[in-house]
Ligand binder design. Structure first.
Ligand SMILES: CC(C)(COP(=O)(O)OP(=O)(O)OC[C@H]1O[C@@H](n2cnc3c(N)ncnc32)[C@H](O)[C@@H]1OP(=O)(O)O)[C@@H](O)C(=O)NCCC(=O)NCCS
Length: 137
């Protein structure tokens, strides 16, 4: 049975490797630890099956990153459970009546996963595109 812990995955790079993404440097891992507002890890006993985290200002801007379920655990509802739980967690820290924004940059072809969770694609009739600039220092 999968259980959920509101902690950062012990090895973010193992998750990132499993998704075929570049790995964080040790400094970036430290920054991720310090800069994460809310984190969740899906646990299959002692094995880490999924992770997700939110960075942001805690009041208005909440940005999802490192939403990853290990390949052997995909398709069991773990990814959606983690995203929904983190949204609940973030909202529990907000005040009634606050409008807040949950943002993310979808990996290619993962948009339908997020649409099922209520995220909208951009651009659309009312809003412009999300924008990204990757810089290698
Ligand atoms: C994207 C990811 C997190 C989804 O996690 P998951 O646990 O497999 O997803 P779930 O089982 O919770 O799926 C929830 C729903 O989304 C759908 N879904 C999941 N991935 C999808 C995809 N790539 N395309 C279309 N639908 C998808 C599922 O079919 C399911 O639909 P249902 O509710 O109608 O059954 C997982 O595939 C993953 O880690 N991929 C590699 C890393 C990655 O790309 N992360 C996203 C970064 S932005």
């Amino acid at each position: 049975m999968i259980e959920y812990s509101y902690t950062l995955a012990s090895d973010l790079n193992a998750f990132r490797r499993s998704a075929g993404w570049y790995e964080f440097s040790s400094r970036q891992l430290e920054c991720a630890k310090k800069g994460t507002l809310f984190a969740i890890t899906a646990l299959d006993g002692e094995l880490e099956a999924g992770c997700a985290r939110i960075v942001g200002d805690g009041g208005y801007q909440f940005f999802f990153c490192d939403v990853i379920v290990k390949p052997e655990y995909q398709g069991q509802g773990i990814g959606s459970e983690m995203v929904n739980r983190l949204i609940e967690k973030a909202l529990s820290a907000c005040e009634k009546g606050d409008t807040v924004m949950f943002n993310l940059m979808s990996a290619k072809n993962k948009e339908p996963f997020y649409e099922k969770l209520g995220f909208m694609r951009r651009p659309n009739d009312e809003r412009g595109s999300g924008m990204t600039k990757f810089v290698v220092k």
